[in-house]
Every structure is written in C-alpha cells, then in structure tokens.
Design a protein around this ligand. Structure first.
Ligand code: DGL
Length: 416
C-alpha cells in the first residue's frame, strides 16, 4: 500500500514537472501585451530584430564573466567574418541587457533541496524578463538573443527555454554555456589529453550535464567537483563566513582525496563549470598547486602524480561567445545600426511587500522560504528586478569585477 502511495506521489511530482513549460508558455501567451510579470509584448517580435540588444542572464554576477568574454571576443574580421582577429571586438556593434537573479541564488542548491521544478520555473521567468519590457525603470528593451550565462541554469533550463521560445514562435537565439564548454575543452586541448576535472555547483554536478556533453565530443575521463558555497561567497553572501581561498582549498582537498582513493586518472585540465569561478581562477590554480606539493607523515606527496604541474584551465565563456557569434551571423542577426544606448544591467531583490515573504536579518530571502517554494505560481512577485548599479555591489565583488572584467566594469559605471 505504502509503495503504491509512493509511486503515486512520484508520478504526481513528475507530471507537475512536465507542466512547467506549458504553464509558463500559456501564461505569457495569455498576456500578449506584456503588461504583467513573466510576459512579453508579442508585437515586439515582428519584423527585423537585428537592432535589438543581446540578453545575458545568470543567477547573480557570475554571468558578467561571460559578458566580458563576449565583449572582448575578437576572432573574426568584422566586415568579412573571416577567421582571424582584426583588433575590433566581434560584438563591437552590439549592446546588451544583463540580468542577475541574485535574490533567488544560489541556483546550485535547489536540486539538493528537491526543488528542481521551481528552479526550472525561475529560469523560464529569467528568460521572460529579458524578452519583456516590464521592470522598475520604464526603458528596458526586448532582446534578440538569450545567453544563459549560468551553467546551472543551462543544465536545468536550456531545453525548457528553447521549447518555450519555439512555442511562442519567436526568432530569438538561445545559447547556453555547457555545450560551449565541452567544445572549448576539445578545441583548446593543445596536447592536454589526460583527466578532466569539472568545477561546478552541486546542482550542475547532480545534473551530469558536463560529463554527458563532454562524452559527446571526447573520451577523456571526467570527474566533478561540486561546491555548495563558492558561488555565493564570490557573490558576497554574508551568510558564508569562510574566506574564498579557504573554501577553494578545502573543496579541492576533499576532491583530490576521493580521486586518489578511486585510483582516478591523472588530471591535466580544469573546466571552470560555474560562471562565477573565472573570477577566482588564480585561487583555484593555487589550491591545486598547494595540494600537489603537500606531503603526508611519511614524506610522500599523495597528489603529485594525480595533478599535472601545468594544469590547463578551460573557461566555457570564450566558446560561448564564439557559438553566439556563429549563430547570430548565420541567422543574419548582427546589428545593422549603431547602438543608440549603452548596456542595461538588472538584478533581483526581495519584495517584502509580497504576501508571505520571509527575510533574513541581512535583508535577503530567508533560506527556508527560498528553498521551500514550489512551481505553479507564475505570477508570483516575491522578488522584483531593479537596475544593478556598480556602487551597490558588495565591496569584494566590486573589486573582483573591477580588476578582472574591465570592459564590463566600464559599462556598469555608465549605468544610470
Ligand atoms: N553562476 C552559476 C553557474 O554557472 C551558479 C551560481 C549559483 O549556484 O547560483 O552555475
């Protein structure tokens, strides 16, 4: 009897999850004027879209590493499109709308909380925010392309967004970071043919998106290192007390310990499978170098054979930029007119006016509330999206962006 109940419950959960895309699609279709949250104006997507901006989203500021990679991408001649840098960034004629769903992050922890359905709905709503015009300031334009600048969101939401865009009949390009990362691993191998360590959120690891994507293009052995706190620490989350360097060192130490115990193949390549991680790429390299040299009580170095001296790092962002360029060029979607404005940056914040919202003392959504929500309420507004201003970033995050992402920082400074 009990097992029947369990099967019934699992079936109900599965069918509720299957309803996510149709429910969100139907909701937006029913509001074709784009006048409510989670909707867009259908009339914005008629005719030539090439002069609209490119939308980029992440669960927080990590996706800015992808925006930087797109802005600095120069692999082609801008007029002819032929291979080879010409000193002018390939996307020089484009402008961008960036969105970080910071109030609802870390995305990487929803799967462990059993809330992948809700995460999928959040991700669809991120795409809808980019497609629509509705937000605190009245001049946000619609977008011609959506770049999912988040590995976790790509792992759980790429297919959903593609299905929704198709159901809405929009000629909007959708690009994610995971396939681009796998492609980047192959294209940048340069002799590295050993084991691959994918560093990502716990959610991305649980989805197995990287091992699956890599297996399609390479037969190199892959191991995953999931961190539950690193992305939030980079985001400046005050609830994470451990310094970033210590989090990385601890995570890497545990990872290597289990790799040695399993007799894993020597690792010569790291894939930065979370868009926050390029901001701490040096600290990641330092942690592997640190453990490589650690000796045990007998003076043996247990990780010396496991970790290559020259560890290669692959940042999927560079290949995401290239995928975007190729897709836009093939679809004749590169901008024709000179951009009339700069870039737009938005971030989500808790909406304490929404019924039932519970906040922590630091003003963020309370953890139990955040990870206790379920899909099915497309019109919920327990968070709202507001302009992201450079001056509002926590100090450590602002410093990382200023030092590591100069083009993005410059563009953020220009935000009103
Ligand atoms: N930046 C996101 C990624 O690439 C993860 C951060 C989060 O857990 O929200 O996976």
């Amino acid at each position: 009897m009990r097992s029947f109940l369990l099967i019934g419950l699992l079936f109900l959960q599965a069918s509720a999850a299957e309803e996510i895309v149709p429910t969100v699609v139907a909701y937006a279709k029913a509001h074709a004027e784009g006048d409510v949250t989670a909707s867009f104006r259908a009339a914005d997507y008629l005719g030539d879209l090439s002069d609209l901006p490119i939308g980029v989203f992440d669960s927080g500021v990590g996706g800015l590493t992808v925006l930087e990679a797109i802005k600095s991408h120069d692999r082609h001649h801008n007029l002819t499109g032929s291979e080879g840098a010409d000193g002018i960034p390939d996307f020089a004629g484009e402008r961008f709308v960036y969105f970080g769903d910071q109030a609802n992050m870390p995305y990487g922890n929803y799967s462990a909380a059993g809330r992948t359905g809700f995460l999928r709905e959040l991700i669809l709503r991120d795409a809808l925010f980019l497609l629509g015009r509705r937000q605190a300031r009245g001049d946000k334009p619609p977008v011609k392309a959506i770049v999912i600048a988040c590995n976790t969101a790509t792992a759980f939401g790429l297919e959903d967004i593609r299905a929704a865009v198709k159901a809405w009949g929009l000629p909007v390009i959708v690009v994610g970071v995971v396939e681009a990362g796998a492609q980047g691993l192959v294209e940048s191998a340069e002799g590295a043919q050993g084991g691959v360590a994918v560093l990502a959120t716990v959610g991305t690891c649980a989805s197995n998106a990287y091992p699956k994507a890599i297996a399609k293009v390479s037969d190199r052995p892959v191991r995953q290192l999931g961190s539950a706190t690193l992305a939030a620490a980079i985001e400046g989350d005050p609830s994470v007390k451990m310094p970033i360097r210590d989090i990385i060192r601890t995570d890497v130490g545990l990872f290597l310990k289990s790799a040695v115990a399993d007799g894993a193949a020597p690792i010569d390549t790291l894939v930065l499978g979370c868009t926050h991680y390029p901001l701490v790429a040096d600290e990641i390299a330092a942690a592997f170098a640190y453990w490589r040299e650690q000796a045990d009580a007998d003076g043996r170095k247990p990780y010396a054979q496991l970790v290559a001296t020259q560890l290669k790092q692959v940042n999927p962002a560079a290949w995401t930029a290239e995928t975007l360029w190729r897709t836009m060029r093939a679809a004749k979607m590169m901008a024709k007119a000179k951009p009339a404005t700069g870039d737009y940056f938005y971030i989500s914040v808790p909406n304490s006016a929404w019924k039932g919202v519970e906040l922590s003392p630091d003003g963020s959504l309370n953890y139990e509330f955040k990870y206790g929500r379920s899909e099915g309420q497309v019109d919920r507004e327990d968070t709202i999206n507001v302009p992201l201003l450079a001056g509002k970033l926590p100090g450590t995050t602002a410093e990382l962006v200023r030092n590591k992402l100069p083009l993005t920082w410059q563009s953020l400074q220009a935000e009103r």
